[in-house]
Design a protein around this ligand. Structure first.
Ligand SMILES: CC(C)(COP(=O)(O)OP(=O)(O)OC[C@H]1O[C@@H](n2cnc3c(N)ncnc32)[C@H](O)[C@@H]1OP(=O)(O)O)[C@@H](O)C(=O)NCCC(=O)NCCS
Length: 203
């Protein structure tokens, strides 16, 4: 089973190349400490709407530095999608390997008892990569990452805003089911969703 330390020591264990529908090539790989500036470009480039749908602590070099400094230090695993030709980071996928107490309490109300074999997942694509099937292309890789960390279920990192129909459709399409709703700090309604990961046959 993979560990955060093992991934930080050898990011190649989770590195995969993909061809997108438009013929371009991307690499899905763990975030590394040398990504700080490119990650800052990615965060800075997110539109106000993307920042509303997928919230980070900041969108500048300082925020990028914090994310890179956090590699293998907490329970978070972050992977990026990199356009091979330009080297540009065009997506960030976040995992949290330890369910948060607030999540545990909310899911318990829905009759679901979160455990150490569950993880949280949150995807964010650059604006010009959204709505093109890229999220769908990387989803098998996302599920593979969770499985390789011994995870059996995936929940959403912070839920999904009720007025984010594309993300809701994306999650449902990949097998997530809605288990409840809650009102966030800003008063907006969000949904909790969960996916049961089935073991791959023949592995
Ligand atoms: C959410 C996200 C990762 C999905 O990735 P993506 O590449 O855009 O998604 P895909 O194109 O693979 O799939 C989206 C699906 O939603 C559908 N869709 C698009 N807009 C929609 C809308 N307004 N209402 C309903 N469905 C919609 C698409 O048709 C597609 O379904 P289909 O394949 O059955 O046709 C990406 O859009 C993103 O980063 N969004 C901004 C940040 C965000 O919302 N993150 C999630 C926070 S919880």
């Amino acid at each position: 089973m993979l560990t955060l330390t093992a991934v930080a020591e050898d990011p190649l264990v989770l590195t995969r190349r993909l061809n997108l529908n438009d013929g371009s090539e991307v690499v899905f790989r763990p975030l590394t400490r040398t990504d700080t500036e490119r990650l800052a470009d990615f965060l800075e480039g997110l539109s106000a709407e993307s920042r509303r749908l997928s919230t980070f602590d900041g969108y500048d070099l300082g925020a990028a530095r914090k994310l890179c400094d956090a590699i293998a230090r907490y329970d978070k695993l972050r992977l990026v999608l990199e356009d091979v030709l330009s080297g540009r980071i065009v997506g960030l996928v976040e995992f949290s390997l330890d369910p948060h107490p607030a999540d545990i309490a909310r899911y318990r109300e829905a009759g679901i008892h979160l455990a150490a074999t569950d993880c949280r997942f949150g995807p964010t694509l650059a604006d010009d990569y959204q709505g093109r099937g890229v999220g769908t292309r990387i989803f098998p890789l996302v599920a593979d990452v969770a499985r390789r960390f011994g995870r059996k279920r995936v929940i959403l990192f912070g839920g999904v805003l009720a007025d984010n129909p594309r993300a809701i459709r994306y999650y449902e399409k990949h097998g997530f089911r809605r288990v409840g709703s809650f009102i966030g700090k800003d008063g907006a309604q969000s949904f909790d969703m969960i996916l049961d990961l089935h073991p791959l046959s023949g592995r």
